[in-house]
Design a protein around this ligand. Sequence first.
Ligand SMILES: O=C(O)CCC(=O)C(=O)O
Ligand SMILES: [Fe+2]
Length: 325
Amino acid sequence: MATDARQPLQLPRIDFSGVDTSAPGAGRWAAVRAQVVDALATLGCFDAHYPALTPDLRAAFFDGAVKELFALPADAKRRNTYGPDKPLFGYLGGMPGLSNGYESLAISERVEPESVRAFADLMWPNADDNAGFCEAVHGAARRMAELEEAVQRMVMEGLGVGRCHGEMRESMRHVFRMSQYRPPSDHTEGSKEVRYGTHQDCSTITVVCQHGDVDGLEVQAGDGQWVRYKPSSPASLVVMAGNELRAWTNDRVRAPFHRVAVGGDVARYSAILFALPGLRIQAPDELVDDEHPPRFKPHCNDDFMRFCIARGARHEDKLKDFCGA
Ligand SMILES: O=C(O)CCC(=O)C(=O)O
Ligand SMILES: [Fe+2]
């Protein structure tokens, strides 16, 4: 009888305990950096054990803030918009091309206390005090952004272009998304429905925080096999490279295709932090040579995002189609 000799894959796990994101270079930094560069170059994704986002912070965020947010009526949630030009910066739900069971809100541009407060005031204009909501959301978003910045710095240092970190950082905007995936209507054991179709992100780096053990995220490895993410610990986050890191590194990192497929009978919640560079994306000279000719033409992330929106979530290499050299 033929057997599948391949082991079910898991995301590589990288332990960030002992890495102080505010003290680059200290402690276990260099050892973790080597693992980060290796994981992003091979699979494009890893499971980060990141105790700075504590169980208390996660509970306050998901069980308090996020569930309260999704309980709002649809017309309140639809106020979360950054204009028709930036659909990926605000509310997504009930639109053609999106699964009915998917809904998502976002705090965009800067994830700072003021923008979280402005978002809360928009959702609950008559509330006396949104302080608990703001503290929980900012607490989670800030820690995810700290991890994202450390990973960006590690990639640049690891590729020998650490000098570029500051300029890239200055230009960085964030989209902090809170998403809900409703369970399938068919509760048959093992049945799953895709709630977010196969795509690559148009960020440099994406950090995903899943609530509890309601799984759903699947990442495609180079051999085509789908790897279903199971958090390695309650302190686990997913870090994934997006197409803009692939462009900026002249194809040294892999931006994996991924999707969200849910089963069971409870809703899945996740928070997703996307880092979007504001500067022109062009690989530094050090990453272009005879062995690595330029793979992508210089471009702006805004233009690439518009291209991706027009195409929709599809299993195709949009970066190559948009600006392949
Ligand atoms: O919710 C997740 O686990 C990932 C969602 C995702 O891939 C996205 O919003 O781009
Ligand atoms: Fe994604």
